[in-house]
Design a binder for this molecule. Structure first.
Ligand SMILES: Nc1ncnc2c1ncn2[C@@H]1O[C@H](COP(=O)(O)OP(=O)(O)OP(=O)(O)O)[C@@H](O)[C@H]1O
Length: 479
């Protein structure tokens, strides 16, 4: 027995041998790494790494891979979007190491966060006895002005290739459709010109048709009916071979609720908004790329179209042929979107791309708009947003104070004559009132103050009354 103990190496000598081995492996690794970094130039190394990672799949004869990139040709890849929506929902049943969570709902920090897949995380999904592995990869941009692109890599056993394409992928797409349809949030997107992508955040605007003051309930009903008809007419648009889209023009002085109406429409239809700053678009090609990467069931909003070069129209200049030539030259030499580029999207060939789209233009001055934009078939519904009427104030009082004193409005009607009070001003005034205030006195005081100001300025009667009218300026019937 004693002999046996003498023969076995002591624990200390085993430990020192292991430590020696570990230290020499680390040292060798360091030397190899130093050698690689010092001797191989960075571009060559990047190239080798990319070749190696590409060939990793080829070397694996038993597996089949599908790559789903963020972009497909010039547009966002809807299959990528579907996989992005589907994968976080299978975490209960699939094997996954970690998840990203977060929320872009700035109004509610306690809102349930959304989930997303972190780059590099493997997800194993089981479907009809098959094992499908998903990984999200990041392809770094080669130039700083391009954005990094992500792609999903699906790998499965080669023998399951047919079944994955035939059964599994359609299942993922079907599930994603359901998931996306059930999403309660709507989004507002703004275009990041530097990276060439739409960036989004949750759209949580409180404006609805219930709290929006319009000239009459009849007008509100007409707008709602038009929206209902639009969403229910898919078959009809297809049958007559027209794009499933509708153009709205909202015009009127600042503060009369044009943006509030856009928000009410988005909330009513549950459509996301693409807020396009046309002034920042560099060319028709960029405009095409921007617009084809918007999704269906959405509103394309172009605010203050009269302030954009191609949306506005200067009658004096165009009446002078020499000036007209100058203008055309300016169109050609200046960078920016041309009117024909924009019209092509409203009703040209490109307008057929996508469906269930609403295009909304807003302007403070319809007179300044290029007549080409107003031709029949382009802006199907034109709504004039005007200064407050007695009826408008009644609606606002009902919303803000829960008050409806009928007799008061007859008096108000007389008092309001020739006054330019925007709904925005009136809502500000209502907000200032103490909760317990009797609102009628405060409103009369406010209106009288406005009358005094008008008198001091000398008053512009005709103008104020013309702008007071809120209503449908035109409503094209559905074709
Ligand atoms: N018709 C309205 N009904 C209820 N609230 C309104 C209405 N019009 C304006 N408001 C209130 O005034 C605010 C500002 O109005 P909004 O921005 O919609 O006006 P606008 O016509 O789009 O102005 P601009 O031309 O300057 O963009 C709204 O957020 C809303 O609170």
């Amino acid at each position: 027995m004693t002999f046996l103990f003498e023969w076995l190496p002591s624990a200390a000598s085993i430990l020192s041998a292991v430590f020696y081995l570990y230290a020499s492996i680390c040292a060798t690794k360091m030397i190899i790494r130093m050698f690689i970094y010092e001797l191989i130039p960075r571009p060559l190394m990047d190239y080798l790494v990319s070749r190696l990672s590409d060939s990793k799949l080829l070397l694996n004869f038993c597996s089949f891979a599908l790559v789903i990139e963020q972009r497909w040709e010039a547009v966002n890849n809807v299959t990528y979007r579907a996989v992005e929506a589907y994968l976080p929902t299978i975490i209960g049943s699939a094997s996954i190491d970690g998840l990203l969570i977060g929320s872009n709902n700035a109004r509610d920090s306690t809102s349930v966060p959304e989930t997303a897949i972190p780059v590099g995380t493997k997800i194993i999904d089981k479907f009809q006895g098959m094992c499908i592995e998903w990984t999200l990869h990041l392809k770094e941009a080669r130039r700083y002005y391009f954005s990094d692109r992500k792609y999903f890599l699906l790998t499965c056993s080669k023998k399951n290739r047919e079944r994955v394409l035939r059964d599994y992928l359609p299942h993922v797409l079907r599930m994603a459709k359901l998931i996306l349809e059930q999403r309660k949030d709507i989004y507002i997107h703004s275009y990041n010109h530097r990276y060439g992508i739409w960036e989004s955040s949750v759209f949580d605007h409180p404006s609805t048709f219930e709290n929006l003051a319009m000239a009459s309930e009849k007008l509100k009903r007409a707008v709602l009916d038009d929206l209902d008809k639009f969403v229910n007419r898919q078959g009809y648009f297809q049958r007559v071979g027209r794009a499933w889209k509708r153009g709205y023009l909202l015009y009127g002085p600042p503060g009369t609720g044009k943006t509030a109406l856009v928000a009410a429409i988005a909330n009513y239809l549950r459509y996301s908004i693409y807020d396009l700053q046309l002034q920042s678009v560099q060319s028709d090609t960029e405009l095409r790329n921007i617009l084809i990467s918007t999704t269906n069931r959405s509103i394309l909003l172009v605010e203050d179209i009269d302030c954009t070069k191609m949306g506005s129209y200067n009658r004096h200049r165009l009446s002078d042929p020499l000036e007209t030539q100058g203008e055309q030259a300016e169109m050609i030499t200046n960078r920016g979107v041309t009117l024909s580029g924009l019209l092509n999207f409203i009703d040209g060939l490109w307008s057929i791309c996508g469906e269930e789209r609403i295009i909304i233009f807003t302007t403070n001055d319809k007179e300044k708009m290029d007549p080409a934009l107003l031709r029949p078939g382009r802006m199907d519904v034109q709504i004039r947003m005007g200064y407050c009427t007695a009826e408008g104030i009644r609606m606002l009082l009902e919303t803000y104070k829960g008050e409806t004193l009928r007799m008061f409005y007859v008096y108000l009607e007389m008092l309001m004559q020739h006054l330019e009070i925007t709904p925005a001003e009136m809502t500000e005034e209502l907000l200032k009132m103490d909760y317990l205030d009797f609102p009628y006195n405060s409103i009369v005081r406010f209106i009288k103050k406005k009358r005094k100001e008008l008198k001091e300025r000398g008053g512009r009667r005709g103008e104020a009354d013309r702008n007071r009218v809120t209503g449908l300026a035109s409503l094209a019937d559905f074709p």
